[in-house]
Design a protein around this ligand. Structure first.
Ligand code: HEM
Length: 151
């Protein structure tokens, strides 16, 4: 149905932009000095990550099965699967930073003089940088897939 397709497409775009916002916020926050307030903010921003990712998966699956093109258009399209693989890679890369943000926040609550260890910070910076880079490729593959590339 056209209305279902439209509503799912709108939600899909809004969720994708929101997730881009979360990644961008983390990207900027970890580049600044990690004060107790910044560590709290990082943990708070990151909490939205999982929720948005789950919603994107649900709405994305909704688009595959209730979109106008039919599920066969996507499941036999390798560009679609590359897009899924990149999205999964971004999700896997986000696990390390999420664990760190929770741990750092817990430690700074217990001890306000807590300093983030340099090696942990550089690992988190590297992961978030890679997440941002890979995330940029997703709309490119999405646009190609929507136009029948990969069939
Ligand atoms: C499990 C995750 C996802 C699934 C199953 C999924 C599935 C889909 C489907 C079925 C379409 C419709 C394409 C068409 O019109 O034929 C679409 C479009 C699109 N997706 Fe996703 N998607 C997912 C995640 C994402 C993410 C994380 C982004 C982030 C940028 C994204 C960005 C887009 C964009 C920009 C379009 C519109 C492409 C266009 O019409 O040019 N998707 N997606």
């Amino acid at each position: 149905m056209e209305t279902t397709d439209l509503v799912l497409a709108i939600l899909h775009h809004l969720l994708a932009f929101s997730l881009a916002g979360v990644i961008a916020a983390e990207f900027v926050l970890i580049r600044n000095e990690l004060t107790p307030a910044t560590l709290r903010r990082l943990a708070r921003v990151d909490r939205h990550y999982g929720l948005l990712a789950v919603l994107i998966i649900l709405v994305g699956i909704g688009r595959v099965f209730h979109g106008l093109k039919g599920w066969e258009f996507y499941v036999y399209n390798w560009v679609f699967w590359v897009k899924m693989a990149i999205f999964a890679a971004v999700g896997l890369l986000s696990i390390g930073p999420t664990i760190r943000f929770i741990a750092w926040n817990r430690q700074v609550v217990a001890n306000s003089a807590f300093q983030v260890p340099a090696h942990e910070l550089s690992a988190v910076r590297r992961n978030v940088w890679l997440e941002a880079l890979l995330f940029l490729a997703i709309p490119a593959f999405a646009a190609a897939m929507a136009r029948g590339y990969g069939l």
